[in-house]
Design a binder for this molecule. Sequence first.
Ligand SMILES: NC(=O)c1ccc[n+]([C@@H]2O[C@H](COP(=O)([O-])OP(=O)(O)OC[C@H]3O[C@@H](n4cnc5c(N)ncnc54)[C@H](OP(=O)(O)O)[C@@H]3O)[C@@H](O)[C@H]2O)c1
Length: 252
Amino acid sequence: MSEETILITGASGGFGYEFARQLEATGCRLILHARDAVRLQLTLDILKHPERHRTIIADLSQRKGVEGFIEAVNSEGDLTGLINNAGFGVWGKFEQCEDVAQLDVLRTDLVAPVAITHALLPGLIRSRGFIINVSSLAGETPLPYMSTYAAAKAGLTYWSEAVRTELDGKVRVVTLVPGPSPTGFRDVSGMPKGKGSLFRTSAEVVVAASLNRLRQGGGYCVPGFRHYFLWLLQKIVPRDISLKLMAKYLKP
Ligand SMILES: NC(=O)c1ccc[n+]([C@@H]2O[C@H](COP(=O)([O-])OP(=O)(O)OC[C@H]3O[C@@H](n4cnc5c(N)ncnc54)[C@H](OP(=O)(O)O)[C@@H]3O)[C@@H](O)[C@H]2O)c1
């Protein structure tokens, strides 16, 4: 068994669950985080060695939640890996979505990863560890009716890529940029199931691609050919056209 300790935020389902499953197979110890203790326990229960791992409950949309979370993680010693995965979106007209929910998206998807990474970085540097920031293709283009989520993920991608360059040679960083995947994300955001189904890529493929990129030394990672095709479209379609297409596609 290795002595590596890896923290996964948002491990109560979706990508977080899959990170836990694939990383446990490498023999590391996991710190699993979420808000929902019951669902987090279900993740722990499917692991082969639940007794090796630890769970922490915290709401990352709250400043006090983030502070308490960092304190709890610090008491576990230096990490070798940090996966900033927890996040959610809000789908709907900006004027009609609750302002608190939209601010919570920014706090959970952008502010919390920055705060958590900054606090845990000294240990990650000492252990010559790694960070995986789970961003989104939503951060590659403005998205009408998911405006705040797209803004949060755009911020996360830009921050992650800049920090990756600063940390070169000290900590490996992967900026993971997936498109649609069948997780709990849609139910939480309120988005209808049908949208984006053609391009859906499994959580297993998404997570495996990011761990593969990590083994190559880190970098920007668009997982799977379907998401890569969407990414290419985002790069070549002019913004005015893309805005119209996305508005038509995402309109409630
Ligand atoms: N699925 C997709 O189509 C897709 C595409 C691109 C990017 N992503 C990104 O992938 C990441 C993982 O999402 P997922 O697709 O796996 O969705 P998911 O199944 O809904 O999982 C989201 C995780 O984030 C946690 N979380 C949400 N809000 C939180 C908060 N305020 N405080 C603490 N934890 C919170 C949830 O835990 P609790 O509910 O237990 O708190 C859950 O474990 C997110 O950052 C998402 O933006 C998803």
